[in-house]
Ligand binder design. Structure first.
Ligand code: DX5
Ligand code: ZN
Length: 218
């Protein structure tokens, strides 16, 4: 079976107890870290100083999702502090290929994110330049929104192109992923699933992660 990854988003965690929140998601594959600048999206989280501390205390590698303007200026810093992957938005980048090459040069996996309204076609021929593509399944900015099935055709196109090229590019979805929606995304070709509210809701994130894994593979 295709390996699948569950990346809990700490946007839904308790920010003042981040270290213990990380302990509650020890069975995660990667920790998804949402950086927002209040310009690219209408919400603000944290920047490199916080991510550096999370990196220092997390036993699980970090999957950094930059919802920021001018990623050319800021993204390399996240790679330098040791993030496993750094994903920036196509809509915000002046030259996605050049930025991906810089990130890879520093030693991070390079990710390209697409908002729900952004077409995937222009990026299909550039697929080999990235280690992962993030198809946003909600408008970026906030947790707890509803999954948009209208984004699934992009995953189908990406999955087909990955197979055609024989490249190893992870296909990620982010937004509204629950045990009820994860199957649809898996079916369309996603292999990496970001989930915030559905992991941190209730008192047992570990069993929520298990439930997502089971639902993705069934
Ligand atoms: C939204 C963020 C997501 C968010 C997902 O803009 O990129 O990572 O945490 O939250 P849920 O899983 O609650 O939709
Ligand atoms: Zn995210």
């Amino acid at each position: 079976p295709t390996p699948i990854r569950i990346n809990p988003s700490i946007l839904a965690a308790d920010f003042v107890n981040m270290q213990s929140e990380l302990g509650r998601i020890a069975s995660a594959d990667l920790v998804h870290v949402d950086v927002m600048d209040n310009h690219f999206v209408p919400n603000l989280t944290f920047g490199p100083q916080m991510v550096e501390r999370i990196q220092a205390v997390s036993p699980i590698p970090l999957d950094v999702h930059l919802m920021i303007d001018d990623p050319e200026r800021w993204a390399p810093g996240y790679a330098e502090l040791g993030a496993f992957s750094v994903t920036f938005h196509a809509e915000a980048s002046a030259d996605p290929v050049a930025l991906a090459r810089r990130l890879r040069g520093i030693g991070a996996r390079a990710g390209l994110a697409l908002k729900p309204g952004t077409a995937v076609e222009p990026y299909l021929e550039l697929l080999g330049e990235f280690d992962q593509v993030l198809v946003m399944t909600v408008e970026p900015g906030f947790g707890g929104q509803s999954f948009m099935p209208s984004t699934m055709p992009k995953l189908l196109s990406l999955r087909e192109e990955v197979a055609r090229r024989g490249v190893d590019v992870w296909l990620q979805v982010d937004g509204g992923i629950t045990a009820a929606t994860i199957g649809m995304a898996a079916e369309a070709g996603a292999d990496t699933f970001v989930a915030g509210s559905s992991v941190f809701s209730g008192d047992d994130p570990a069993s929520n992660i298990d439930a997502l894994r089971r639902a993705a593979q069934s």
